[in-house]
Design a protein around this ligand. Structure first.
Ligand code: NOJ
Length: 731
């Protein structure tokens, strides 16, 4: 089977080369992409065009044993396929059908949700954001792209750059936290990682910025719900990461499910055409989210499929994901003159452009290689381990109970996550396989071999009220020098359609933690979750607490290296941990209240549990004076700032310096402070490093109004780093 597919692919390649003299322009790899697009478009029938703007999916859990049956259903003319298969043979068969059985031989663009890895699973994006390691996020996407392309997948529906400030919303796990700039920087790293510098390379994959736009504002954190977004918030908070991603060259954008103040995102001409195309110059295509065109009926802006189709396509939504509304409605709309065919042509043009840019006409097939060559290569596992370790945030470490000291000879490893593979992968685990995952138990046993014995049992489930194993767990705890409790959320408690009203762990887990802590043994809680957790029910009773998120394939090894001290924790929160859900919204970059010290809840403290940017280390860093090269600047000039950070503890560590700017008085009130730059550096014990930020007034001091126009106003600004503040004037 494998040999045959490769042979066919070579044959097709050479057939193409031989017929150069009379081949149509669109088949000429030397011709400019735009000429190829126009040539092909001019040859297409209405049906062929309609099929190009259509994406289909077939079933789930496809495997090579039923390829034949599934294949029959795939139309050779389909524009795109969203499928769950790692079989390169399957994808080759699909492509062969398109190339050989369709009139024009247009390859199919195969997409899949590769959100934090394909087979090698990296930490969830929220965890990656807490690592503040832009380069490693890029590397993880590069690896994901390679593993995907070797399986026949060309296109990922990632990165998600929805700025998420309500931890009840399950999809906080899929984005990069509550700050627009951080989402933008990580989104750009992901786009560049997936796409590389040339989309036609065999290990590059097209990225998709999603969800355009405002999905994270779903009322009450309920997924798919209405969003009330002011034009000011749209421009200031929701749009900036998309703009950064588009300018970095993202090939595609996904329209969101939400209804933005009455105009659904998937029928929104203002966002998809006026902003995305006209203002930002985006020349890729927009794909709908799953069923989003059909859902325009539920959202009350379309009476039937035809109207939904008309509204979505004319608003700028090019490809219809799986609901088949475009395919069924377009011929009629064009035949009766309701929709000019040029509108459809433009959508087709954008889709073809990507197929040409990706070199799919020249290389539609993929070499069929064994899994050992495609997946989980040592360098992929190394990046997964390093990124996971950097993503974990040490939230409490009373009397330096961590790292584990030499006198600890037995560790009781308890809780539902202790020996768990599946949930460590988190939501959207791509083609991750549980057997690949290193559990926390395995990681600790390997790391502490010869130094400490690890005794383990779950002791308690994720939820329910079964206390039958408490006694056994208590006995193990009592016989040990240290108790490590692995608690948290199942993977499907966050992600899509996974909203939760309370951020607390189920009562049984809180009770278990308290019971184990009351054995009197030093107690560490490892918290695995896809969102911030309300930790009030146990935090004061335990000695150490670390957010490990859903760390992926190498999660257990990463945890073990942090516990042993081989790696020093360096994660910082990319999202605020509220005290509880009722305290929200409580994001750091809110605006000042009219009476800053009044108006607070009478029955809840004002400050969050752990603020944005919070995170402890095993060493201590001291910050020197925050220096500005001068205290005034003019437009067009730059202003350099620097600060020296010293590692004055006893172990090496990494420190991320966060640079904030605030504009205390402006024509539109500004957030109290806004992140404008960050940098992470390694600092060996006893050494210092200088961190720098060059302020560019147009980029860092201006702000958008409700129409998106940017304003740069003279006056006093404040630069802030780790509590140190200096003022400067723009004159
Ligand atoms: C729905 C999700 O909202 C979106 O993020 C995902 O990419 C698509 N389904 C495709 O699976």
């Amino acid at each position: 089977m494998m040999k045959r597919a490769i042979a066919v692919s070579l044959l097709v390649g050479s057939a193409c080369l031989c017929s150069c003299a009379d081949q149509p322009v669109y088949r000429d790899p030397e011709a400019p992409v735009e000429r190829r697009v126009e040539d092909l478009l001019a040859r297409m029938t209405l049906e062929e065009k309609v099929m190009q703007v259509t994406q289909w999916t077939y079933g789930k859990n496809m495997n090579v044993n039923n390829v034949e049956q599934e294949m029959k259903a795939v139309s050779p003319m389909i524009g795109s396929l969203l499928y769950r298969s790692t079989s390169a043979a399957f994808y080759n068969q699909v492509q062969r059908k398109a190339i050989e059985e369709s009139r024009l031989g247009i390859p199919i663009l195969c997409g899949f949700d590769v959100i934090h890895g394909y087979r090698t699973i990296f930490p969830i994006p929220l965890g990656q954001a807490c690592a503040w390691d832009v380069e490693k996020t890029g590397e993880s996407c590069r690896i994901a792209a390679r593993e995907s392309r070797l399986s026949g997948v060309h296109w990922t529906f990632s990165p998600m750059v929805d700025v998420a400030r309500d931890a009840r919303w399950g999809r906080v796990s899929e984005g990069y936290g509550e700050d627009p700039y951080l989402n933008g920087v990580m989104g750009v790293a992901a786009v560049r990682g997936y796409q590389g510098d040339d989309l036609s390379k065999s290990d590059a994959m097209a990225a998709c910025l999603k969800h355009f736009v405002g999905y994270a504002y779903s009322e009450g954190g309920r997924d798919y719900h209405y969003t009330e977004i002011s034009p000011q918030s749209l421009w200031e908070t929701a749009l900036p990461p998309f703009e950064m991603g588009v300018k970095a060259g993202a090939a595609t954008v996904m329209s969101a499910f939400n209804d933005i103040s009455g105009i659904p995102a998937s029928a929104n001409r203002y966002t998809m055409t006026e902003i995305l195309r006209d203002r930002w110059g985006f020349d890729g295509f927009v794909v709908s989210d799953w069923n989003a065109v059909e859902q325009l009926k539920a959202q009350g802006v379309a009476a039937d499929d035809a109207e939904a189709c008309l509204k979505a396509l004319t608003a700028g939504l090019d490809m219809d994901m799986v609901d088949d509304v475009y395919r069924r409605s377009l011929p009629g709309l064009i035949a009766d003159g309701t929709l000019p065919e040029e509108v459809l042509d433009e959508a087709v043009r954008r889709i073809l452009r990507l197929k040409f840019r990706m070199g799919l006409f020249e290389h539609p097939y993929v070499e069929e290689l064994p899994d050992s060559v495609r997946y989980l290569r040592p360098e992929a596992r190394a990046v997964a381990r390093e990124l996971a370790a950097e993503s974990m945030v040490l939230l409490k470490n009373k009397e330096a109970v961590l790292p584990v000291r030499g006198e600890v000879k037995r560790i009781a490893l308890l809780g539902p996550m202790a020996d768990n593979r599946v949930d460590l992968m988190g939501s959207w685990w791509g083609q991750g396989v549980a057997d690949d995952v290193v559990t926390i138990l395995e990681g600790l046993r390997a790391e502490f071999a010869g130094k400490a014995e690890i005794v383990s049992c779950a002791g308690c489930g994720f939820d329910g009220d079964d206390r039958s194993q408490f006694a056994r767990a208590r006995a193990l705890a009592r016989q040990s020098d240290l108790v490590v409790l692995c608690m948290g959320e199942k993977r499907n408690w966050s992600g899509e359609n996974a909203s939760r009203a309370s951020l607390a762990l189920p009562a049984i887990q809180e009770e278990f933690i308290r019971e184990m802590a009351r054995t009197g043994r030093p107690t560490v809680v490892l918290l695995s979750s896809g969102r911030p957790v309300d930790v009030r029910g146990f935090e004061s009773e335990v000695d150490a607490l670390m957010a490990i998120w859903q760390p992926g394939t190498e999660g257990g090894n990463a945890v073990a290296q942090l516990l042993s001290g081989k790696v020093n924790p360096s994660g910082r929160l990319a999202i605020t941990f509220p005290l509880c859900a009722e305290q929200q919204p409580v994001y750091y970059n809110r605006r000042q209240a009219a009476r800053p010290r009044s108006g607070r809840y009478q029955n809840l403290p004002h400050d969050p549990m752990y603020p944005f940017g919070y995170g402890l280390s095993y060493t201590t860093f001291s910050y020197g004076t925050l220096r500005l090269e001068r205290t005034t600047l003019h437009r067009g000039e730059r202003l350099a700032a620097e600060i020296e950070v010293t590692n004055d503890g006893t172990c090496d560590g990494k420190e991320t310096v966060l640079w904030y700017v605030s504009d205390p008085v402006a024509s539109i009130s500004r957030p109290m402070r806004e992140l404008r730059h960050f940098e992470k550096q390694s600092i060996p014990a006893g050494e210092s490093r200088v961190f720098r930020f060059e302020i560019d007034p147009e980029r860092d001091l201006s702000f958008p109004d409700a129409t998106g126009e940017r304003h740069l106003e003279n006056g006093t600004f404040v630069l802030e780093v780790n509590g140190r503040r200096v003022e400067f004037e723009l004159i």
